[in-house]
Design a protein around this ligand. Sequence first.
Ligand code: FES
Length: 315
Amino acid sequence: MEVTFNIFRFNAQFDYTPRYQSYQLEVRENEVILDVLNRIKEDIDSTISYRRSCRHGICGSCAVKVNNKAVLACKENVYKLVETFGDALVVDPLDRRLAIKDLIVDKADFWRKYREIKPWQISEIASSPMSENLIPPAVVEWIEGADSCIECGACYYSCPAVRVNERFLGPHALTKLFRFAADIRDTAAIERLDTANIPASGIWDCVKCMECKVVCPKEISPIDKITKLHLQSFVRSRAPNNPATRHSKVFLRSIEKRGRLDENAAVRYSLGLLALKHVKTALKMLRRKKLPKETAPIEKIDEVKKLIEIARRNR
Ligand code: FES
């Protein structure tokens, strides 16, 4: 199949503006994006730059964006991409603003935030231990692959919260933080949860868009790990009192009471006095009969209560 690859070209040392360069190639069914980049570099244009190393989806260095979707170049089959996007593909660096040369980005912010969460096990280990320090299968299950992250950056550079808030740690760092906070051999769980709960940089600034889950090439689902950090923060009393945590509480209370979300109560309880800034909008909605009505509990509310109880017991 003949495919056109429009590849982002930019050299931060010499260029004022970036450009796209088109390459047309005959692609075989089993080829991935990295095969194409290698062929371009070896046979057509040796000036093109990109990162790669293992070629087996392990080192995480080859992540790029194809038609705005973050992918591992060594894993993403070209035919499949053509099925989704058509036979003209646009290959970009993970973040065009951070391009150093072509598809290579400066990941300094990514690594700085990664270091901030202390991505190593903190514990006193005897210099000559007499036995292995094992963790039970249930804990491994709870960690749920968080230790398989290859730090490719696909989730981080797709996260809208990172785009608008440069302090937000991002899905990669919070996943790693969870991995150690959940590990019973680590002795710094409380300190880690406190880091996770810092306003503006922590878990309560995740906007739950699920993009990290969609793009993660290792199917780790960072959003699930962030949700588990929410839970751990409540269970270990580290969650601060802020609109986001109150929103979680009112959500539960509302489901427990009525079996559905009471949107009016959610705004009042989550925002407290801050809700006053929405009075104008509320009046407008009231005039247009768009304000949600107070709702009666659903018919089988007792069953909902039982389910909540079971979830609490199994937490
Ligand atoms: S080259 Fe190592 S993950 Fe793609």
